[in-house]
Design a protein around this ligand. Structure first.
Ligand code: GTP
Length: 355
């Protein structure tokens, strides 16, 4: 089976990490986020993937070439972003599948443990135009919802509402009959969620909902990105692309972690990164060459390449861009982001390792 992988978005919610690296290529549990998706797609029977690129398009081919994780890869780029539907149509020009064949569509920022072969099987059995993976959430009022009838057919796409009619939401993994993709206008901006699916439903086509509430995470926000990386390290979701066995932490080759440092809760320590004695690092992602000094505490945070945290500083829910540096004694919390190369001077109160 062939798949199209949507990876053209700018990842604005993950800035400044996505200024230099597109979201799907951000190091996640030791490898590019997409490596996990490619490996899982291969396990699900996908043999060839077309990348639908736009933002920083050239970086994807440079990262993966024409074969990775046992899957053949091809690249189709949009000069201007065409939205999800336009991107799928554009990428379809490189498909080899026949008109009735199922084609899998994956969002490049979703970590999902659902049973893709079961989704494809439902699609084929129902002779559907398209079949969406739907997952259930505790608080559906934060999402648009997707109701289905007793036979599992999708009956509509509903905008966010205070009292939604269902707790099922679009989980961002679709199976399309190839000919339905070809029916999307070529070269136009189209949203598959707002235009293609509602049009198919109102025209009477069979659009099925495959409901499965396996592990599912959209890693588009900083909090979710850190959680996804830690969940992979901890083994809460299995990935054949993980370097090493699941555990409390992932230390990549060339990293130096002092015996006197506490590093836990799924933290990844990148190549050449260093953590000094007396530092505590919990549930975080340290990219290559990051540095955490003695007595610092870092929790639920991402440190970009070569970012530095000074002695006794505290970071909680923070993103440091590449090469950013936090001087001794500072406390940064709750979604604060430091842009690449920015340096915060030390606080006036001098930190001493004996404090
Ligand atoms: P934000 O800017 O933070 O919302 O992130 P994003 O740009 O990734 O947007 P969003 O999370 O809504 O996108 C969902 C998926 O579709 C991601 O995998 C994007 O890479 C992809 N995507 C969104 N828009 C386009 C587009 O116009 N072209 C292509 N090729 N992919 C897109």
């Amino acid at each position: 089976m062939e798949a199209i992988l949507l990876v053209g978005g700018q990842g604005t919610r993950l800035r400044p990490l996505t200024i230099s690296t597109p979201k799907p290529l951000l190091p996640t549990a030791g490898v590019a986020f997409l490596a996990h998706q490619l490996a899982r797609a291969r396990e699900a029977g996908v043999t060839r993937i077309i990348f639908a690129t736009s933002y920083r398009a050239e970086m994807f081919e440079a990262a993966f070439g024409h074969r990775a994780q046992g899957v053949d890869l091809a690249y189709v780029s949009e000069r201007e972003p065409l939205g999800t539907g336009g991107a799928i149509r554009n990428a379809a020009t490189a498909l080899a599948s026949g008109p009735d064949d199922p084609v899998l569509i994956l969002n490049g920022d979703i970590l999902s443990g659902h049973d893709v072969p079961a989704q494809v099987e439902l699609h084929q059995r129902s002779n559907a135009a398209a079949t969406l993976h739907l997952t259930t959430v505790d608080d559906p009022s934060r999402f648009g919802v997707v109701p289905t009838d007793a036979d599992g057919r999708v009956t509509g796409f509903m905008e966010k509402a205070a009292r939604p009619v269902t707790d099922q939401i679009n989980a961002g993994c679709y199976v399309f009959r190839r000919s339905e993709i070809d029916a999307i206008p070529l070269g136009e901006v189209v949203s598959v969620e707002r235009e293609t699916f509602p049009t198919l439903i109102s025209s009477g086509a069979t659009v099925m909902g495959y409901v499965e509430s396996a592990y599912w995470l959209d890693v588009g926000t900083p909090e979710a990105f850190v959680r996804g990386s830690c969940d992979l390290v901890l083994g809460r979701i299995a990935s054949p692309a993980m370097p090493g066995e699941p555990g409390d932490r992932l230390i990549l080759p060339g990293a130096v972690v002092s015996d006197g440092a506490v590093v836990r809760e799924g933290t990844t320590v990148g190549r050449g990164a260093e953590i000094e004695a007396g530092a505590t690092v919990l549930g975080s992602v340290l990219q290559d060459g990051a540095f955490i000094a003695e007595g610092a505490t870092v929790r639920d945070s991402v440190l970009g390449r070569g970012a530095r945290v000074g002695p006794g500083a505290v970071l909680d829910g923070v993103i440091l861009g590449d090469g950013a540096s936090v001087g001794p004694g500072n406390e940064l919390r709750d979604g604060l982001r430091l842009w690449p190369g920015i340096s915060l001077p030390p606080t006036a109160v001098r930190f001493s390792a004996d404090d």
